[in-house]
Each structure stands twice: as structure tokens, then as C-alpha cells.
Ligand binder design. Structure first.
Ligand code: CO8
Length: 259
């Protein structure tokens, strides 16, 4: 049996999803997408996992979809790959837990698109980001034309997509693609510290915040405000809302239970 291209490890409330094709700079093929979907599903089911971190190797988060697999593909093959990748990415984007892409080295094409499905992107200053698909005669097919232009300005997204140029971490941070950039040696500690801030928050409120924001992006403002109201009201049925407000009034730190 082929070795695992996506590894999952659970540690201190964090589900670590690691791309594991270092010899191909973690290029995404059908097997990687399927294993990514399985890993995300496992994180969804494990109550102990509160935050999910996706990462690759020092040289590459992911250098894109596997060009070897696509080179001789016909339209049917492309559609099949599209379905598999979309399933994994939808599952990741709508995972009801915070997700962080921890990026070192290349995050290109489908790799950047996977990172765009995460709630946060934190990178080492050696990171190189881009959507070079146009240089291969295609366009981003894993959400890049949609998610990037919803995250940053249309014209900045268009520049990356239509020139295919790669940019360094500091420029990606200025554009708002990255939440922060740190020294490569400090990357893991920075991401863990950030994850621990999230883990301290009440799980149901985190879930509600993510649902309201993700769903809200897809609908009109008015419908989004209704989604927010539903999520807001639902939280008044949780123990953590009672605890959070009681703790405030008693001038102490809340002790959240995640329910
Ligand atoms: N696909 C397949 N193999 C790759 C890829 C890739 N995307 N990226 C790197 N590799 C392989 C190289 O071929 C090489 O393999 P080998 O040793 O067998 O020759 C190995 O990884 C190491 O790479 P390099 O020797 O090229 O390393 P360098 O440091 O010289 O260069 C680069 C690093 C700049 C990242 C270079 O490898 C590169 O340009 N890679 C391709 C980047 C790219 O164009 N990515 C976009 C791909 S298209 C895409 O992502 C479409 C998304 C659609 C997703 C949804 C599907 C429906």
C-alpha cells in the first residue's frame, strides 16, 4: 500500500495535519486530497481536538497540484480531480473548529488554495506564495479565483492570478493574505501560542462565530444578519454563556466547559 501522504497527529488539543510528499514538495494529487478529507473528518469527530493546524515541510507547505498527474489529463480527469479537491476543501472550510495554515516555503497554486480554506495563515519569512496556474495554461481550480478575491481586493487578486507571479511573505502579509510573518525558527512556537489563545475560548461560541462568518460571506447582508442572530441566540442555551457572564460579574476568570 502507498505510504500516507497526509499525516494526522493529536497533541494538547491540536489536530496537526501534515502534508507528507516532501520529494514532490507536497504536490497535491487525488490521493493527497482524499487523505486530506479523511484527516479533516477525523478532526471533526475528535472532541479533544479544538484547533486544527495544517502544515508541510520546511521547504514547502504545498507547491501546488501535481503537474505530473495533470499533464495528460482530459476534461473528464480534470472534472474528477476537481470533485475530489472540492470535497476536501469544502470539508476544511466548513470544519466547525478554527483552522490555521502554518506556512514555511512554497504555498503555490492548489497549496495556496488549501491555505485559503483555513481561518488563519501564519508564515515563516521564507514563505513564497502565488497562483502560477496561468503560466501552465490553466487557471486556479481549487477556489483561488473565488476565495482570494473575497479575502483581498479584486485588483490585487487579479494581479496574482493573471500574472502568475510569486510573492514573498512580507508582501503577502501587506496584502492581507497572511495574518502574520515570523522568523522560521519561531514559526511553530508562534502558531502554538496562537492556537492556545483559541483553545481557551468557549468552543460553542467559536463554532458559532465561524458559522456566522463563513455562511454570512455567501449571502446578502440582510440574510447574513439573520444567520448571526440565530447563532447569537443559540449561545444563550450554552453553559459557557452562563459561566462567561457570571464570571464577569463575579470579577473572576471564566471556567469554560465547551458546552
Ligand atoms: N507538481 C508536481 N511536481 C512538483 C510540483 C508540482 N506542483 N512542484 C514541485 N514538484 C517536484 C519537482 O518536479 C521536483 O521533482 P523531481 O525531483 O522528481 O524532478 C521536486 O518536486 C522538487 O522541485 P524542484 O526541483 O522544482 O525544486 P526547486 O526548488 O527548483 O523549485 C518550485 C521549487 C519553484 C516550487 C518549483 O518546483 C515549481 O515551480 N513548482 C511548480 C509550482 C506550480 O506551478 N504550482 C501550481 C501547480 S497547478 C495547480 O496548483 C492547480 C490547482 C488546482 C487544484 C484543484 C484541482 C482541481
Amino acid at each position: 500500500m502507498a505510504s500516507k501522504t497526509v499525516l494526522l497527529k493529536q497533541e494538547n488539543g491540536i489536530g496537526w495535519i501534515r502534508f507528507n510528499r516532501p520529494e514532490k514538495l507536497n504536490a497535491l494529487n487525488s490521493q493527497v486530497f482524499k487523505e486530506l478529507e479523511e484527516a479533516v473528518a477525523a478532526c471533526e469527530e475528535a472532541d479533544e481536538i479544538r484547533v486544527v493546524i495544517l502544515t508541510g515541510s520546511e521547504k514547502a507547505f504545498v507547491a501546488g497540484a501535481d503537474i505530473d498527474q495533470m499533464a495528460d489529463a482530459d476534461v473528464t480527469d480534470a472534472a474528477r480531480l476537481g470533485e475530489i479537491s472540492m470535497r476536501a476543501q469544502e470539508r476544511l472550510a466548513y470544519l466547525a473548529k478554527p483552522t490555521i495554515a502554518m506556512i514555511s516555503g512554497y504555498a503555490l497554486g492548489g497549496g495556496l488554495e488549501v491555505a485559503l480554506c483555513c481561518d488563519f495563515r501564519i508564515a515563516a519569512d521564507n514563505a513564497v506564495l502565488g497562483l502560477p496556474e496561468i503560466t501552465l495554461g490553466i487557471i486556479p481550480g481549487g477556489g483561488g479565483t473565488q476565495r482570494l478575491s473575497r479575502l483581498i481586493s479584486y485588483s490585487n487578486a487579479a494581479e496574482l492570478i493573471m500574472t502568475g507571479e510569486m510573492i514573498k511573505a512580507d508582501q503577502a502579509e501587506k496584502l492581507g493574505i497572511l495574518n502574520r510573518v515570523v522568523d522560521p525558527g519561531a514559526l511553530e512556537d508562534e502558531v502554538k501560542a496562537f492556537a492556545s489563545k483559541l483553545i481557551k475560548q468557549p468552543a460553542m461560541a467559536l463554532r458559532a462565530a465561524k458559522t456566522a462568518m463563513r455562511r454570512g460571506l455567501e449571502v446578502s447582508l440582510k440574510d447574513g444578519l439573520y444567520i448571526e442572530q440565530d447563532c447569537f441566540c443559540m449561545l444563550f442555551s450554552t453553559a459557557d454563556q452562563k459561566e462567561g457572564m457570571k464570571a464577569f460579574m463575579e470579577k473572576r476568570k471564566p471556567l469554560f466547559k465547551g458546552c
